[in-house]
Write a protein that binds this ligand. Structure first.
Ligand SMILES: Cc1ncc(COP(=O)(O)O)c(C=O)c1O
Length: 395
């Protein structure tokens, strides 16, 4: 007998992966350039040159045994110190190596953080729309996800948020810039969330943690877009960071968890993170890539390509009459489907070889997600198909 929940997760592919596989199959039949695949959030720009330079330098001049060997379970101390120094210089914080735990990307960071914090059946609040794996991660660590419904602007509904907090709430996940909406939560919003949490924690006599899921932190496109650094607004914040998107390294599985000293009982929370990492088998994140990211602090790929894509697709689709909130960051556009049933809309889009993901999985029916981390040509070539699709609905 196998655990049915794991069997179900492994048997049923995620809707996004399913669509991506369908796209590959269609491309083999009609040709690569005839299928407009907007399904996956896989970076489309290369890693910055500094990444390749760091790899070359490490391979040519590093000690091969050390480079490919185990590091400390929580990650190399010098790497953690370099990242802490970078964060302090950027955000005016006071972190040190002992606040950081290196991980295999944001997915591992989230699972470890949840495992470190949650007692059985405790609740984690998530703001729709959100990355569908949150529910898998929360339930996998014994918790329950409590969903706050979306607003029209995709900024969190603060009233609904306050009502969702119960005596079982242990954490809130904040993801900004957001997957799938591309929205950046304003400073005003972060301050309001922090105020609600401070008041409620006091009222309930228990700590409520923010888990800031930040793989898209650097992917913002306008000079006046500021992504507030949440630890500065709310003490009980753990940051889950990943280099998957900022350095275009999703296959290398590298990121970290930050547990600031300001967190309540921080030494024990950090120890629990180490324990959760151990229990889940996430010790010693890839050693060579720990060194690589330490050499590339503050670097990104050429994100001007994403900005160009964002403007192309946002302007193109709104001119055709599609409705969407202009995304400030990440590489997603969340568009209102042209009928209530977003799954049916996705099916009709598929007939035009337009592969977009239904909002249902993001807990926001009636919308579809378009990942614009594709070539500029794909966006330009897809416009006639989007036009034909919208015209179908006018008949
Ligand atoms: C919001 C969000 N969180 C976490 C992840 C997982 O990222 P990683 O590849 O670093 O595990 C993703 C991946 O797309 C994401 O969009």
């Amino acid at each position: 007998m196998l655990p049915q929940d794991m069997l179900a997760l492994g048997t049923k592919r995620s809707a996004i992966r399913e669509l991506f596989e369908y796209g590959k199959m269609r491309k083999a039949i009609v040709g690569d350039d005839k299928v407009y695949d907007f399904s996956l959030g896989n970076p489309s720009i290369p890693a910055p040159k500094e990444v390749d330079d760091a790899i070359t330098e490490l391979v040519q001049n590093g000690d091969s045994v050390l480079l490919h060997g185990y590091s400390s379970a929580q990650g190399d101390a010098n790497v953690r110190k370099t990242i802490a120094d970078y964060l302090n210089a950027t955000h005016g914080t006071k972190f040190n190596a002992d606040n950081l735990y290196m991980t295999c990307g944001a997915a591992a960071s989230l699972c470890i953080s949840l495992r470190a914090l949650l007692l059985k059946d405790e609740e984690v609040i998530v703001f729709a729309p959100f990355f569908p794996e949150y529910v898998v991660f929360v339930e996998g660590q014994g918790g329950k996800a409590v969903v706050v419904p979306p607003t029209k602007t995709f900024q969190p509904d603060l009233e609904a948020f306050e009502k969702a907090i119960s005596d079982k709430t242990k954490a809130v996940i904040i993801n900004s810039p957001n997957n799938p909406s591309g929205v950046v939560y304003s400073e005003e919003t972060i301050i309001a969330i922090a105020d609600i949490l401070k008041r409620k924690s006091e009222e309930l006599g228990r700590e409520i943690f923010i888990i800031a899921d930040e793989p898209y932190r650097e992917l913002v496109y306008d000079a006046d877009t500021v992504v507030p650094y949440i630890t500065k607004y709310y003490d009980n914040t753990l940051v889950c960071y990943s280099y998957s998107k900022s350095l275009s390294l999703p296959g290398e599985r590298i990121g970290y968890i930050l547990v600031p000293d300001e967190v309540f009982d921080s030494k024990n929370v950090y120890a629990s993170v180490c324990g959760a990492g151990r229990s889940l088998g996430y010790v010693c994140a890839p050693t060579m890539f720990q060194q690589v990211v330490a050499k590339c602090c503050g670097k990104t790929g050429d994100i001007s390509a994403y900005k160009k894509n964002r403007d192309l697709i946002y302007n193109g689709l709104t001119e055709l009459g599609y409705e969407c909130v202009k995304p400030d960051g990440a590489f997603y556009l969340f568009v209102k489907a042209l009928e209530e049933d977003s799954n049916a809309f996705c099916e009709r889009a598929k007939a035009h070889d337009l592969l977009v993901v239904s909002g249902d999985g993001f807990y926001c029916p009636g919308y579809v997600r378009i990942s614009y981390c594709v070539s500029e040509k794909t966006i330009i070539d897809s416009m006639p198909a989007f036009k034909a699709l919208s015209e179908e609905y006018k008949k």
